[in-house]
Design a protein around this ligand. Structure first.
Ligand SMILES: [Zn+2]
Length: 356
């Protein structure tokens, strides 16, 4: 396993649902503390500034370190946990999956309970079970047993899924590629620029609570006050059965992507064009993506003060917002190469040219 694969494995296997990012944050810290000066905003986003960067334009790289999950909402007297979602879950991907309840006494394994097919009548089989009717079973037979295990209402619940390298060894499967893939890109770009230098002041941010409304991006952009921003995200690969080209033309293994549109942001056009031109120069295949049903940290970042030229780069992932998403290593490597080259181009003159 090379360094990049190991980084992706560690980051995706770390736990951190919105508002409960401590575990993943301390892991990200172990990488960033070797690179630059660390600080935090007051909601927990981690900010790393390269120490010897000149007082040139400030470039913010942002990847969110939270992942979608749940929170314990209620413990029934029979010993089952009702839960609320943290982030956007599709009801159909939940039943039968393992989760980890993070309690003050340590992690407790559970499963999102599903009725066995033997007990479903024909009408029931056709119906989609809604989240509100689901429960987590930790194997308890009473509320007292649940409480004895340390579970309390408000406890965070994380999907359980191990990192795996698939039959095509360039494809990786795990939870949380959304957006540990962006966190990894931020870390590795910071490492490269620390070594090579850049004509700007580079600030890497691992934001929190993106999945519940871009909250850490809203606060960290105030702390950083950037002149330009690049948001690093997982994108939605549409190359699976049931998705038309029109819905998503983004394919796994066909390169990183640049977002031309999402629900909360239209990128700065000159910065977007610089991304396209840089990819062409370096012969990195670059896909374009339009997401009508989602947003990124860019939605908050580009509206900071009087506005910040911002663009979103993506690594396509299949099955995002589930327990098991899949990415392609070449897409990740392409994104990293493109990102490093882009950062090196962001000098005072270029950045000034993005506005006006
Ligand atoms: Zn995301």
């Amino acid at each position: 396993m090379d360094k990049t694969t190991e980084l992706l494995k560690k980051l995706t296997e770390a736990n951190g649902v919105p508002g409960h990012e401590a575990e993943v944050r301390s892991l990200v810290k172990t990488y960033l503390e070797k690179i630059g000066d660390l600080s935090q905003d007051n909601v927990g986003s981690l900010i790393c500034t390269l120490p010897d960067s000149p007082e040139a334009p400030k470039v913010m790289l942002a990847g969110h370190m939270d992942e979608i999950g749940f929170m314990v909402k209620h413990i029934t007297k029979e010993g089952f946990l009702r839960f609320l979602p943290l982030g956007g879950w599709f009801d159909q991907v939940l039943l039968g999956h393992r989760v980890l309840v993070q309690t003050h006494k340590g992690p407790v394994v559970g499963v999102i309970g599903a009725k066995p097919p033997h007990l479903l009548d024909p009408e029931e089989r056709k119906k989609v079970v809604e989240k509100k009717d689901m429960y987590i079973d930790i194997g308890a037979t009473s509320r007292e047993e649940v409480e004895a295990a340390g579970v309390r209402t408000g406890d965070p619940v994380v999907p359980q899924s191990d990192f795996a390298i698939l039959a095509n060894p360039k494809t990786y499967l795990c939870k949380a590629f959304d957006d540990r893939v962006g966190t990894a890109l931020m870390i590795q770009t910071m490492q490269a620029i620390k070594k090579d230098g850049s004509p700007n002041r580079l600030v890497g941010v691992a934001t929190v609570m993106e999945e519940v409304g871009l909250r850490g991006a809203t606060t960290s952009v105030d702390a950083v006050d950037p002149d330009v921003a690049i948001v690093l995200e997982s994108d939605i690969a549409g190359d699976v059965p049931g998705i038309t080209e029109e819905q998503s033309a983004v394919k796994l293994g066909k390169g990183p992507s640049v977002l031309l549109y999402d629900r909360r942001m239209i990128p700065n056009l000159k910065l977007r064009d610089l991304v396209l031109a840089t990819a062409e120069e370096l012969k990195i295949p670059l896909q374009t993506s339009l997401i009508e049903g989602g947003a990124t940290d860019g939605g908050a970042i580009h509206l900071h003060k009087t506005g910040v030229p911002t663009v979103v780069l993506g690594v396509p992932a299949r099955h995002i917002h589930s327990h098991s998403s899949i990415i392609h290593r070449e897409d990740y490597d392409g994104a990293l190469k493109l990102l490093i080259a882009l950062v090196k181009k962001l000098d005072a003159e270029t950045v000034a040219g993005f506005t006006g």
